[in-house]
Design a binder for this molecule. Structure first.
Ligand code: THU
Length: 150
């Protein structure tokens, strides 16, 4: 299993299988839990971590970063995606996303994050905590008819 560097990047030597191997989804979950600890969430006290698996096997992660001007808050999912784009450029393809929170409560990606995931991962699988426990869903189940310009 590849090691995750401090900024939570890693590479997995396989790709393009339809179902994620259990060890890979477990690794995504671990990355999300690890980065969650870095959240800046003094206002909501709700720490969130997200990890994304790219089609090239790399993993990026991000946490929520709140602001005294609440609307400036960045969700964990978007932090992870923007970090990946900053590192690799805009041609990334998201295969899977894992989202966790420190309250152990249901937390699927918000609407804004669903649209951002869709931009880079129209075939992505999302792992999250639902009201019925851990769940996985295709991005188009969470965001039917997502917006695209091309
Ligand atoms: N939050 C995320 O980071 N991701 C989600 O999927 C849902 C909400 C953050 C935003 C804010 O910092 C806190 O959770 C409470 O809404």
């Amino acid at each position: 299993m590849p090691s995750i560097s401090p900024d939570c990047r890693g590479t997995i030597p396989y790709m393009r299988t339809k179902t994620l191997p259990a060890n890979v989804s477990a690794q995504l979950l671990r990355s999300a839990k690890k980065v969650m600890k870095n959240a800046h969430a003094p206002y909501s006290k709700f720490r969130v971590g997200a990890a994304i698996l790219l089609s090239n096997g790399k993993i990026f992660s991000g946490c929520n970063v709140e602001n005294a001007s609440y609307g400036m808050t960045n969700c964990a999912e978007r932090t992870a995606i923007f970090t990946a784009v900053a590192a690799l450029g805009p041609k990334i393809e998201i295969r899977a996303v894992s989202v966790v929170n420190d309250q152990g409560v249901p937390c699927s990606p918000c609407g804004a994050c669903r649209q951002v995931i869709y931009e880079f991962g129209p075939d992505a699988t999302i792992f999250f905590q639902s009201a019925d426990g851990p769940k996985q869903a295709h991005i188009t189940e969470l965001l039917p008819e997502g917006f695209r310009l091309q």
